[in-house]
Design a protein around this ligand. Structure first.
Ligand code: ZN
Ligand code: ZN
Ligand code: ZN
Length: 759
């Protein structure tokens, strides 16, 4: 018989054609396999019906580790057999199907690591050793189909040795597009901060040595540059901290090995699984009692972000040093995307670093590291990017239309919803300037092309002034796409519904800010959601609190604390006593006090983030927010060893959870109850209060599930206490595990709302 087989999924760049070749030959089939321009694979088989059946069984059962098969279609063909053998033939540019995609970057595999260490191997000590199962993919592919000439490896013609491996069906580099060796592949080299070459026989290990000695080195990785430094020396870290947007923001670490991590942080089995997975995300780990790395890495936090090496280059950095870990933080100049090109690196990072560890292979698409943490045994993404993007999140049911979601303003990610697959882009960042807007546009267009998606709607936030809203309007107009605006917290809850395949939920959506359906500043919301654009109702929220000075209050949480406390007490003595905590001292304190006399002029917010900020200021934990979430993160760290000493009963008035009384109780208990217990009590009150409010609303509406979403849901204490309270009431409690709960999940929620609209 003759059959045509089409395979959709992640089937290019994962060794799929060599695999198909092997199983076809093993079943005595003739014909061909080829890549298509739509990221799918096309197979023609000639042979007996039994052989074809055996082939199709093996196709599913024995597929390569990184491959994902979403759909296999089999079409019988008429006519005589034409082929005398089975071959891998030239790829086709054809765009026949939609919804396949290329794989994410994958960490070096154990086979390549073994060869890297084997003096007899031709790729011994080669920093860019990869194979059909590992190496960069998403960041290396310029266009489809996945062939070497369409990647940034096209500049490196294969030598005789690599060519022979590439053509040998029995070799594990058979048709591996990233195959390279020291003779023909990319080269690493070291330069000064001005780009002048530094002579080094072994530039990678020399860079490791320089780091260990206290130098700051920019290291070019798969998806962009890292800035690396010693994790035990104060001087280089203090120097890095001088740059304005890095005053206190935690740095991530790259550790030499799992054993090295265990010297300074605690690792449970789920965390170990994530750390060693091919995605190699940064995992937030609790510092252990024996933590002895610099306090400048994650100041005042109980946890620290750690990843393991994911390329041969990373492993080699540690070869000749005793350091357990190096600081390894994304190199992005303030509000800019991560740096990916060599000339750009010298221009933008030259003032920060002492040396560059370059290589001469271009990065096609930038991709920041992923960041995650574990709640109990659950994965809770802070950022889903390298190692995960662009692999789709699978839904239980096909969307009615193909929608691109553009997300919100901060921590942005875009999303293409195509059928039952949601393709989330890599981390884009804060879309506040031309560079990030361009990055968002390019990354989204690339994702649409890669997946051969025929978009017919674009979804965005309700905020009239967001860059992403403007961009969505433009795209809608240019392409004739339908425009769907989705309220921010509705999108958060919709993302949760999509992830868990529920039709109705009472969602608690908490974060710093989202534009409300009434134009107000929302951020502590209890929403009843069902599918569709009209599918949400605001059933409850946190008490509205004054935001003295608008955005300035977000930066200086003492202002929020003063605003909230002023409802319950005379704040003048306390505020004046702490005036030196404000940038303009007493003058500013007095101005705040006079503004409090005219409460009708002060903008209001229901944000949970702002309440946590205020509590952090009352407790003296944080007076200035120098990075997003700083006060809330420090409050969680302060609460880490605390208990619910105050045991406050939630005060719920109608649809509103009181927060002013909470702040007053905290204020009054300072010095009497420990800081850790007070910090914990704040979490306990808010989590229990929101859980009670949501559970009451769920009971009234006859809904069986309550969920927790929004940026605040990465807080492990809030999530656990809310779970306890909700489950104690016999309800299901849902949280995010495959997409970020923060604004990196908003585009996914928006696309889901748009994709299931009826008309
Ligand atoms: Zn490998
Ligand atoms: Zn070679
Ligand atoms: Zn949000």
């Amino acid at each position: 018989m003759r059959v045509k087989v089409n395979v959709k999924g992640i089937v290019q760049g994962v060794g799929f054609r060599p695999f198909v070749y092997r199983i076809a030959v093993s079943h005595g089939l003739n014909g061909y396999v080829r890549n298509l321009g739509d990221a799918g694979v096309d197979i023609l088989l000639e042979g007996t019906a039994d052989a074809v059946d055996g082939f199709l069984r093996d196709l599913q059962a024995k597929k390569p580790p990184q491959a994902r098969i979403h759909e296999v279609t089999k079409t019988p063909l008429s006519g005589e057999n034409e082929y005398a053998a089975f071959t891998i033939i030239r790829s086709s540019e054809a765009l026949e199907h939609s919804g396949s995609v290329i794989p994410p970057d994958s960490a070096i595999c154990s086979d390549c690591l073994r060869e890297l260490r084997d003096p007899a191997d031709p790729r011994f000590d080669y920093f860019f050793i990869t194979c059909v199962n590992c190496g960069p993919r998403f960041t290396i592919i310029k266009r489809l189909p996945y062939d070497r000439e369409n990647t940034t490896m096209h500049e490196f013609p294969l030598c005789g040795f690599c060519q022979r491996e590439y053509e040998d069906p029995l070799n594990r580099r058979f048709h591996a597009q990233t195959v390279a060796c020291p003779a023909c592949g990319p080269k690493a080299y070291l330069t000064t901060k001005n780009g002048e070459p530094v002579e080094a026989a072994d530039p990678v290990r020399e860079a490791g040595h320089l780091l260990s000695e206290g130098n700051v080195v920019a290291v070019k990785g798969y998806g962009g540059f890292h800035i690396a430094a010693s994790a035990v020396r104060e001087a280089p870290l203090a120097r890095l901290r001088l740059s304005k947007h890095r005053r206190a923001k935690p740095f991530a670490l790259m550790a030499q090995s799992l054993a090295a991590i265990q010297e300074f942080a605690e690792v449970n089995s789920k965390e170990q699984e994530l750390l060693t997975s091919p995605a190699r995300p940064i995992v937030l780990l609790n510092k252990s009692p024996s933590y002895s790395l610099s306090e400048l890495i994650a100041p005042d936090l109980h946890n620290v972000g750690v990843m393991l090496p994911y390329s041969a280059m990373h492993y080699m950095l540690f070869d000749r040093v005793a350091d357990a870990a190096f600081v390894m933080t994304s190199a992005n100049p303030a509000s800019q995307p991560i740096v990916k090109d060599n000339a750009e690196a010298i221009r933008t990072l030259g003032g920060t670093v002492d040396y560059f560890l370059f290589h001469n292979r271009q990065i096609a698409y930038r991709c920041d590291d992923s960041v995650t943490r574990v709640h109990g045994s659950r994965n809770a993404f802070l950022r889903r990017s390298r190692g995960y993007a662009p692999a789709p999140v699978m839904l239980k049911g096909k969307a009615k239309r193909c929608v691109v979601g553009l997300g919100g303003e901060l921590n942005n990610v875009s999303c293409v919803l195509n059928g039952e697959k949601a393709f989330l882009s890599q981390h884009i960042g804060d879309v506040e300037n031309l560079e990030t807007r361009r990055f968002l546009q390019d990354a989204t267009a690339h994702l649409i092309r890669l997946t051969n998606s025929h978009v017919d709607a674009v979804a965005c936030d309700l905020h009239p002034k967001f860059t992403t809203t403007h961009l969505a309007r433009e795209l809608a107009q240019q392409n004739g796409w339908r425009l769907v605006q989705v309220q921010h917290h509705h999108a958060h809850v919709a993302a949760l519904m999509a992830e868990h395949n529920v039709d109705e939920i009472v969602g608690v959506a908490c974060d710093g800010y989202g534009y409300g359906a009434d134009g107000g500043a929302w951020g502590g919301e209890v929403l009843l959601c069902s599918r569709g654009i009209e599918g949400f109702r605001r059933l409850g929220h946190l008490e509205s609190q004054p935001l003295l000075g608008g955005d300035v209050a977000t930066r200086y949480p003492l202002r929020i604390a003063a605003g909230i406390l002023s409802k319950k007490m005379d704040v003048a003595p306390w505020l004046l006593e702490n005036a030196q905590r404000l940038p303009h001292g007493e003058t500013e304190a007095e101005l705040i006090l006079s503004q409090l006399q005219k409460p009708q002029n002060i903008p209001q917010t229901t944000s949970l983030g702002r309440v946590l900020d205020a509590a952090a200021a009352v407790l003296g934990i944080c007076y200035e927010r120098t990075y997003e979430g700083e006060a809330a993160m420090k409050l969680e760290s302060a609460a880490f060893h605390g208990k619910d000493a105050l045991r406050m009963e939630p005060v719920i008035r109608g649809d509103e959870l009181d927060t002013a009384q909470l702040l007053l109780s905290i204020y009054d208990s300072r010095g009497v109850v420990s800081l850790a217990d007070l910090a914990y009590s704040v979490h306990a009150y808010l989590a229990r209060g929101l859980a009670v409010l949501a559970a009451e609303k769920a009971a009234e509406s006859g809904v069986g599930a309550v969920g927790f979403t929004g940026g605040s849901a990465v807080n492990a204490i809030l999530a656990q206490l809310m779970r306890d309270a909700v489950e104690a009431r016999g309800l299901r409690f849902l949280v995010h595990e495959t997409v970020p709960s923060g604004d990196g999940g908003v585009a996914f929620g928006q696309a889901f709302v748009g994709g299931f609209l009826d008309s």
